[in-house]
Design a protein around this ligand. Sequence first.
Ligand SMILES: NC(=O)c1ccc[n+]([C@@H]2O[C@H](COP(=O)([O-])OP(=O)(O)OC[C@H]3O[C@@H](n4cnc5c(N)ncnc54)[C@H](OP(=O)(O)O)[C@@H]3O)[C@@H](O)[C@H]2O)c1
Length: 309
Amino acid sequence: MDKASKILVFGAKGLIGAALARRLRQGSFKNLILADSDTLELDNRKKVYDFFAKTRPDYCIIAPIKEGGIVANIRYPAELIYQNLSAQTNIIDSAWRVNVAKLIYLASSCVYPKDCRQPIKEEYLMSGPLELTNAPYAAAKISGIEMCKAYNLQYNTRFISVVPATAYGPGDNFDLNTSHVIPALLAKFHAAKINNTPYVTIWGSGKPKREFIYADDLADAVLFLMRQGRLTEVVNIGTGVDVSISRLAQLIKRTVGFMGKIKFDNEKPDGVARKLLDSGLLFSLGWRPRVSLAQGLLKAYGLYKKSIC
Ligand SMILES: NC(=O)c1ccc[n+]([C@@H]2O[C@H](COP(=O)([O-])OP(=O)(O)OC[C@H]3O[C@@H](n4cnc5c(N)ncnc54)[C@H](OP(=O)(O)O)[C@@H]3O)[C@@H](O)[C@H]2O)c1
């Protein structure tokens, strides 16, 4: 991949897509095609192929997604599976047809079994039942991984799937109905600080452990893999460190400067006890994250405050 390479990013206005665009610009890559949901309809096979035939990218990153948290998973499973399957199928097939040199497909840790051994190695894929509430979304993601592998096998392509830990950072979604835990807690603690609320309530016992990665680190890892000569078909991208929700809440409380108490609502479900990716494969190739959780939270909180000013 050189500075003149034509790089196509789908989902470029999302959390990870925008981080990829930032990283590419910082690296002086100027030949970028940044596609968002206004650019073209990804469920239209002809339009997607025509777009590839016209733009002829050298590299392609697939980061668009139809998602909406647990509510959408339950209410709109048909739309979720249709939109995700059709978009990725059209992109992967078109990329092969126009000879894209390398493609990276962003999967998700929900592809791993619900009760998976920890830390989760890439080889645990399809070794047990999925979490039922997001099975349609997970099944679409597994299909994307398998499609990349099948094209590599039959057509000698260089298509890689990556499985990232939960990302957070610039441009995060702070809508409490659909946001991930870090933006949700930043917004909650900030509101409690402004309103002088005596305590913040956290769902569950606080005991489950989760892994988080700063979006710019994740983008950096994706581009690192894009430059690798060796073809590693499925690669976890994490930090190798997880944190309990209770510890995370303490860190966010300190970051925000909230002086009240934290209460845990044990009536609410905890979800799986632990979700930590084994990123040993990626680390063995020479990549390491740069932003610690404490640093990332500080950056994310600064950006949140700016966004609500
Ligand atoms: N964020 C995480 O923690 C995380 C973790 C693991 C894996 N991933 C994976 O990483 C990828 C990117 O995640 P993200 O967090 O950046 O998602 P995001 O912030 O929700 O962004 C997704 C983007 O995809 C766009 N999009 C949706 N349908 C599209 C279409 N038909 N054509 C073009 N763009 C379309 C959306 O645009 P509109 O808003 O305009 O619809 C949105 O900008 C996803 O595949 C996700 O599964 C994310």
